[in-house]
Design a protein around this ligand. Structure first.
Ligand SMILES: Nc1ncnc2c1ncn2[C@@H]1O[C@H](COP(=O)(O)OP(=O)(O)O)[C@@H](O)[C@H]1O
Ligand SMILES: [Mg+2]
Length: 252
């Protein structure tokens, strides 16, 4: 279980997160919505260790992770995608996935010398897993292409694939559907539902309200650095404060 408790974060004088708390369970999707600048991506950066909070804690299955580096947090099974995909443009699509999974093969230089055979086997396992991921994400046809040549939607798929190479228990996805063509959007939706069915705890930031309402078990509405409303999609949809939050007027 992911538990975020009382997170505060300021940049200079700007209070970007103010007392943000939430919990999320395995095998569920939590949607995070709210206007631009509400602090959604910053919250993901805090949870995944890219930004240190000024106060508050993040824990995974009861263990604090808020003082750990992002790569250590990833090894514990929590990974995030970025709003703007961060693929290695010059590398092939396959190699992007292999790099993302390389920690599985990384046994250090001494081990590499002593156990070269085992290291080669580990490499082969990473490659096999990367190929499975290509199949799963429908990217096999472009496996050898440079990642920078992918369409916007394919880059989102690759970004998702790179995080999945880690074998996460918690997955944070930042605006997966933004700028993605309808056919790929539906593919991505299906992938997220499959990951939930596999028991992964998924948090998704998204402006596509229809998609969020469809896939989320719980929804958090963030406004000006705080979670204004938390509930089921039905509860959130009925709450008049949601509309006023988006229109920027004070709640009635
Ligand atoms: N590294 C940073 N330094 C200074 N201000 C930042 C930084 N990251 C985000 N902000 C500011 O924090 C606020 C929230 O940003 P962000 O978390 O990206 O919002 P959202 O994802 O909800 O659109 C914005 O006002 C943004 O300009
Ligand atoms: Mg954002």
């Amino acid at each position: 279980m992911l538990k975020v408790d009382g997170i505060h974060k300021s940049f200079g004088g700007l209070k970007v997160l103010q007392d943000v708390s939430l919990t999320a369970q395995p095998g569920t999707i939590t949607g995070i919505i709210g206007p631009n600048g509400a602090g959604k991506s910053t919250l993901f950066s805090v949870i995944s260790g890219f930004i240190r909070p000024d106060a508050g804690s993040v824990s995974l299955d009861g263990e604090r992770i808020d003082r750990l580096r992002p790569d250590v947090i990833a090894e514990r099974g929590l990974v995030r995608t970025f709003q703007v995909p961060r693929e290695f443009g010059d590398l092939s699509v396959l190699d992007n996935l292999r790099v993302a999974g390389s920690h599985m093969a990384d046994e250090g230089i001494v081990a590499a010398l002593l156990f070269w055979r085992r290291t080669a086997q580990a490499e082969a396992r990473v490659t096999a897993r990367a190929r499975e991921m290509l199949e799963r994400l429908n990217l096999t046809g472009v496996a050898g292409n440079a990642a920078r040549a992918l369409s916007g939607g394919q880059k989102k798929l690759l970004e998702l694939g790179r995080t999945l190479m880690v074998g996460p228990r918690v997955l944070l996805v930042d605006e997966p559907f933004a700028g993605v063509a309808p056919a790929l959007r539906d593919q991505l939706l299906t992938h997220l539902k499959t990951l939930r069915a596999e028991g992964i705890c998924v948090l998704v930031i998204e402006h596509d309200i229809e998609a969020v309402m469809e896939i989320s078990d719980r929804i958090c509405v963030m406004v000006e650095g705080t979670i204004l409303i938390e509930g089921t999609p039905g509860e959130v949809q009925r709450d008049p404060r949601v509309l006023s939050a988006y229109l920027g007027s004070a709640p009635a």
